[in-house]
Design a protein around this ligand. Structure first.
Ligand SMILES: *[C@@H]1O[C@H](CO)[C@@H](O)[C@H](O)[C@H]1NC(C)=O
Ligand SMILES: *[C@@H]1O[C@H](CO)[C@@H](O)[C@H](O)[C@H]1NC(C)=O
Ligand SMILES: *[C@@H]1O[C@H](CO)[C@@H](O)[C@H](O)[C@H]1NC(C)=O
Ligand SMILES: *[C@@H]1O[C@H](CO)[C@@H](O)[C@H](O)[C@H]1NC(C)=O
Ligand SMILES: *[C@@H]1O[C@H](CO)[C@@H](O)[C@H](O)[C@H]1NC(C)=O
Ligand SMILES: *[C@@H]1O[C@H](CO)[C@@H](O)[C@H](O)[C@H]1NC(C)=O
Length: 389
């Protein structure tokens, strides 16, 4: 139980302060490290790591798998989950803590400020634990950090701005936490290869003004975004291979610019409130393998050019209001493409919506270069902000 473990940790701290034997043990290593501190860069780094890991251990309140039970003594490189390596850039440091992997550790506690002392860390993997609270600002000191995986924990607070200041970061995984509020613009303006921020409580989608991104995988799914997918998505064109925006409260039309993402292999915008027609520009995505447009409010025809894409293996567009499958779209089986066209308004196909449901839907006019959609000039359209129900 957390409260029990908390008092354990507090007790341990007290004992350390009061008990002369423990205190002596604790100090036993200090003089040795201290003696070489001026000269031996390796010893300084390992001593700093010792301090960081000991203060971290003190705020780990539950460790059912006993992962930190051998986190004792100065040999930090022998601690479970801690990996040492020579410094990549400083030959005087022959061993330093380069990686921490406590994935699936079930540890509960938080990340203390002292983690900033692990300044040579390249990998920090804390997937599937019970760490909570906010990220310490001292993480900004981790200038070599390449991969940060904090997925499936209980971190809270606004999007952790500290991750934006990490110059070497390429892989960021914040999935399945409780981060809330807007996603900062800068997230898409740095060197990240992969961004996983799905299953949080984030409230804004890709910003309309965007510099250039280098991400190849972006997963936003299951957040509380709102608004439409802006034309600035085109800024991802040179790198983006997978875009997953499942169940992200996206409304409005799909921008024509989606078709500029020429490297895209996976596009999944299912379970949103997207209206209007499927942009024909998607027919330009020559590498596209998986396309999921299901569970939206799309109207009009399924363009033949998309069904003819050379690498398409799975095209899902079920649960929309599409009323026509152009050419080979009507027989994707013949192309060997897995598909799902159920619950649309396709006159020739089984398992479609009722005529009543289909007649009730009014098309939305999508305007190029604009986020969202417009009421049709003939007066029968509805605005994208109040899509047909
Ligand atoms: C420097 O410290 C490291 C780690 O404590 C030790 O292995 C190494 O022998 C020391 N080098 C010198 C020259 O003292
Ligand atoms: C390597 O060290 C040099 C000199 O200290 C520094 O300018 C450079 O940015 C460092 N490179 C990395 C990857 O840390
Ligand atoms: C940052 O790293 C350096 C070098 O290891 C260390 O001396 C310093 O105390 C660290 N700063 C913080 C805030 O942890
Ligand atoms: C969609 O996301 C919301 C949170 O934004 C979540 O509560 C809901 O369970 C998700 N739906 C599905 C089908 O995953
Ligand atoms: C096609 O994609 C849909 C949606 O992602 C998925 O549910 C389905 O299992 C896939 N079908 C095949 C045959 O891979
Ligand atoms: C689809 O194409 C296959 C193979 O070309 C053919 O056998 C089948 O009859 C076609 N189905 C329909 C509904 O046209």
């Amino acid at each position: 139980m957390p409260s029990n473990s908390l008092s354990h940790a507090t007790l341990f701290l007290l004992l350390l302060t009061l008990n002369p034997t423990l205190a002596k043990n604790h100090h036993h290593h200090s003089p040795a490290a201290g003696r070489h501190a001026q000269k031996n860069a390796t010893a300084i780094r390992l001593r700093q790591a010792y301090d960081a890991l000991q203060s971290w251990k003190r705020v780990i309140y539950s460790d059912p798998r006993q992962l930190t039970s051998n986190w004792r003594g100065p040999d930090v490189c022998a601690y479970t989950g801690v990996f040492c390596a020579p410094h990549p850039n400083d030959t005087s440091i022959t061993s330093t803590v380069a990686g921490i992997d406590l994935n699936h550790g079930d540890l509960a506690g938080f990340l203390p400020e002292s983690l900033g002392l692990l300044s040579d860390l390249a990998l920090l993997h804390l997937n599937s634990n019970r760490f909570c609270g906010v990220l310490p600002s001292s993480l900004a000191n981790l200038s070599l950090l390449f991969e940060l995986d904090l997925s499936n924990n209980r971190f809270v607070g606004p999007f952790p701005a500290v991750v934006l200041s990490l110059p070497s970061l390429h892989y960021l995984d914040l999935r399945f936490n409780e981060f809330e509020g807007p996603v900062p613009n800068q997230l898409f303006n740095n060197k990240l290869d992969a961004i996983f921020i799905n299953n949080n409580r984030l409230t804004s989608v890709i910003p309309a003004s965007l510099g250039s991104s280098s991400a190849s995988v972006v997963v936003f799914a299951n957040n509380r975004f709102s608004g439409c997918l802006p034309p600035s998505i085109a800024k991802f064109a040179d790198t983006l291979e997978e875009l997953l925006l499942i169940n992200s409260s996206i409304s409005g039309c799909l921008p024509v610019e989606l078709g500029f993402l020429y490297k895209l292999r996976v596009l999944d915008v299912s379970q949103n409130d997207i209206v209007g027609e499927i942009p024909y520009s998607l027919a330009g995505l020559a590498h596209l393998e998986q396309l999921n447009l299901g569970h939206n409010r799309l109207t009009g025809a399924v363009p033949e050019g998309i069904c003819a894409l050379p690498n398409l293996v799975n095209f899902t567009f079920s649960y929309n209001f599409l009323c026509e499958e152009e050419g080979i779209c009507g027989n994707l089986t013949a192309r060997g493409v897995a598909y799902d066209d159920r619950r649309n308004c396709l006159p020739e196909k089984p398992r479609q919506r009722s005529k009543k449901e289909c007649d009730a839907v009014k098309p939305v006019e999508c305007v190029e270069g604009e986020c969202g959609g417009r009421e049709r000039h003939d007066g029968v359209g509805v605005s994208a902000s109040s899509p047909p129900r």
